[in-house]
Design a protein around this ligand. Structure first.
Ligand SMILES: CC/C=C\C/C=C/C(=O)SCCNC(=O)CCNC(=O)[C@H](O)C(C)(C)COP(=O)(O)OP(=O)(O)OC[C@H]1O[C@@H](n2cnc3c(N)ncnc32)[C@H](O)[C@@H]1OP(=O)(O)O
Length: 688
């Protein structure tokens, strides 16, 4: 856990050993404590170097221990830090890889810090519902005074030589606890402004706000008082629901990598195909972002667009985004894809067009090329059936902007081979994405769950709500944007086109069909009516809100919309009623959750963690709420079920509000914790 050796006669080298990231679990803390004591009491030792193992200093406190107080035995971290800081012999940290959270605090408790130039240091605990904040690379850490020296050579050797050179030197001013915080002019005004900004960005998350309080304490109080305040503040966060949710998200983000398919194929038994060249077909917004993401991942990319003016514009935009980095060529000829290892199709969301393209690609591309579609809803299997090798067809559903959004849904059809899935998952990793393998159904996981959410939002408008009211409730919950601001951004015409494809609106709707009903279920034509009036959202300068110009970003309330909704209600004999924020949240969020349970039961997602990762990293679900499935567990499954039953009774023509069978079974079996839900899934397969 902490290896102790003596080097160069007088230097004790303590090496933290806890792969993969040297997290500070109880045994490590104990090992460190004992090692420092040993170095202190050995008369031959005159200095100490502290390093990690395998090029990694320390990833911080062991997050797995947080949920398990009983395993938190041994000395506390602060006790280890205090022992180190008060040591009478200089302690030098040799930082390679990263020193994060408690790992950086450990380094700060040393008297000197030597960092490798590529090392990363920071306090990212805010992402775990604890404070504080960001990470920096060694060069910046040196400027900030977090490191004393940066080296390109062997960090441990450099630290050993350095330790020798400071033996016997006074340590008082090297102990951070003795160093005063430099005074700031207008300290109060500074912290008030900081608090205002942090609060507005935190969107209900406590950790960033409490962090400002702790930093203020550290800057204004004597050291020990600051420490006492920090202890109290940390106590408020440590066992909070938000911290649990954020820590759950940390593991959910990584859980997708251990994917499995209903066939039993899984991440650790399937080999990915080797991919070094790719073609992206269709250079609209998505295609451009995908090109950038693939090029940044080191692939040689040919970007194909048959419309010359679109190709020229894409070339300009992509080159600008890549700033000279990345290997991209451009072509207006599909033949350019003949020799590539991977094709990502990103053309218009039109089945006939995509089918034609897949047929063509299948005849053009060399045998063994992986064909991926970026469709967000269409049937992967139908596309696969147009090709010579259906086992080499998968969905790679990127999210806009594709070079920035973390999520990648990798969609396997019934005929996709495990190797094809493994390849797409590995590519996701190379692009730095959170990749989740999901089954094939309309909308896959993310958009399938989005549908009932949008539907509820429209119904709430019919019943008397306004876009402002609905959005305010959702933004207060923690979404970066409410549903109406979000659809204004993504474009109302996207859903309109899909509804036309589905025959829900447009010329395919049979004459005499009631305006607000389809197939015997409630339907809101509000989105269609908006599009028929040219209100596509930000792109047309008008949608659920008004913008100063087409493409404008600042949303204003639109009196036109209020009249439009009033007239619509009158026309359809609807009487507006006051709608409470709680109803908005319950109907919108429970509808998402309910569909999530159906998706789990259908085997489209392999675990609730996978669904939550999709919602947090692709749909803006607030991390401090842990994703929709985790949130359902926090609210209480029985309460979610009761809410759905109540709303379904009030709206019997809305099938999405009818509680899913899995939710009912879970409640009937006593609402087990989330990691046991899979045991209740239809045709349950073992979890990894
Ligand atoms: C009680 C005291 C309270 C407060 C003071 C201190 C608080 C803390 O220190 S909280 C922890 C702060 N540290 C972090 O937030 C760092 C979290 N880790 C990461 O950012 C990354 O894992 C990494 C940069 C350290 C490494 O990245 P990478 O090389 O890409 O590997 P993975 O992310 O896939 O991680 C590998 C493996 O390790 C597990 N893991 C990582 N960090 C921790 C940790 N701090 N505790 C426990 N486990 C950790 C991670 O889950 C992966 O395992 P699985 O694939 O099995 O999930």
């Amino acid at each position: 856990m902490a290896q102790y050796t003596t080097v160069n006669g007088s230097v004790a080298l303590i090496t933290i050993q806890n792969p993969p990231v040297n997290a500070l679990r109880a045994a490590v803390r104990e090992g460190l404590f004992n090692a420092i004591q040993k170095a202190s009491s050995d008369p031959l030792v005159r200095s100490v170097v502290l390093s990690g193992q395998n090029g990694t200093f320390c990833g911080g406190a062991d997050i797995k221990e947080f949920g398990n107080v009983s395993s938190m035995s041994g000395p506390l971290l602060v006790e280890v830090f205090a022992l180190m800081e008060t040591s009478m012999k200089p302690v030098v940290a040799a930082i390679e890889g990263f020193a994060l959270g408690g790992g950086l605090e450990l380094a700060l408790a040393c008297h000197y810090r030597i960092g490798h130039s590529k090392a990363r240091v920071g306090l990212p605990e805010v992402n775990l519902g604890l404070f504080p904040g960001r990470q920096v690379i060694a060069g910046e850490a040196l400027k900030l005074g977090l490191l004393d020296r940066v080296t390109d050579h062997n960090t441990v050797d450099t630290a050993l030589a350095f330790a020798k050179s400071v033996e016997g030197k006074p340590l008082d001013n090297r102990r951070l606890g003795n160093r005063p915080c430099p005074p700031l002019e207008n300290m109060d005004a500074f912290f008030e402004e900081a608090m205002k900004r942090v609060r507005s960005r935190a969107r209900g998350a406590s950790a960033p706000v409490v962090c400002v309080q702790a930093v203020r304490g550290a800057a204004t109080l004597p050291f020990h008082k600051g420490m006492e305040l920090e202890k109290v503040l940390l106590g408020t966060l440590f066992n909070s629901g938000q911290a649990q949710a954020s820590q759950y998200c940390f593991f959910a983000e990584r859980a997708g990598a251990r994917w499995s398919m209903p066939s039993g194929a899984r991440w650790d038994t399937c080999r990915a195909l080797s991919i070094s060249t790719a073609a992206v077909i269709g250079l609209g917004t998505m295609g451009r972002g995908i090109t950038v993401a693939l090029a940044r991942a080191g692939l040689s990319v040919v970007a194909v667009e048959t419309q010359e003016h679109q190709l020229a514009e894409a070339q300009r935009v992509v080159s600008h985004m890549l700033k000279g980095g990345g290997q991209v060529s451009y072509s207006s000829d599909l033949q350019a894809a003949a020799e590539v290892d991977l094709v990502v199709e990103a053309v218009f969301e039109d089945m006939a067009l995509k089918e034609k393209l897949f047929k063509l690609l299948s005849s053009i591309c060399k045998p063994g090329t992986l064909l991926a579609t970026n469709t967000s809803t269409l049937d992967i299997d139908r596309l696969a059936s147009c090709t010579r090798d259906p086992q080499l067809v998968v969905g790679m559903h990127f999210f806009a902007p594709a070079h920035m959004m973390r999520l990648l849904e990798v969609v396997y059809g019934p005929r996709s081979s495990p190797e094809a899935v493994a390849t797409a998952m590995q590519l996701g990793k190379r692009m730095g994405k959170v990749s989740v393998a999901v089954g094939n159904c309309p909308g896959f996981v993310g958009n399938r769950m989005l549908k009932p959410y949008l539907e509820q939002a429209y119904f709430l408008l019919e019943e008397g709500a306004t876009p402002e009211l609905v959005d305010a409730a959702l933004e207060e919950f923690g979404f970066p944007m409410g549903v109406f601001r979000m659809t204004d951004l993504s474009g109302l015409d996207v859903g309109w086109r899909i509804r036309k494809e589905e025959g829900l609106t447009g010329p395919d709707v049979p004459a005499g069909q009631p305006t607000r009903s389809r197939h015997g279920h409630r339907y809101s034509p509000l989105g269609d009516l908006m599009c028929e009036r040219g209100r596509y959202g930000q792109k047309s300068g008008r949608g659920w809100y008004l913008y100063d110009k087409p493409g404008g970003r600042v949303a204003r309330s639109d009196p036109w919309l209020r009249n439009f909704l009033e007239e619509y209600r009158v026309r359809n004999a609807l009487v507006a009623r006051p709608i409470h924020r709680q109803e908005v949240l319950e109907r919108c969020l429970y509808a998402i959750i309910n569909e999530g349970f159906r998706i789990l039961d259908d085997g489209i997602a392999a675990s609730p963690q996978n669904i939550d990762a999709i919602y947090v990293f692709g749909y803006g679900w607030p991390k401090h709420r842990g994703g929709p499935m985790f949130y359902a567990g926090q609210v209480g499954l029985a309460r979610v079920l009761e809410g759905l039953e109540r709303y379904h009774l009030a709206h019997p023509d809305v099938p999405h509000l009818e509680p899913s069978s899995l939710l009912r079974r879970l409640v009937a079996s006593g609402s087990p914790p989330i990691h046991k839900w899979n045991q209740m899934v239809k045709g349950h397969r073992s979890q990894l």
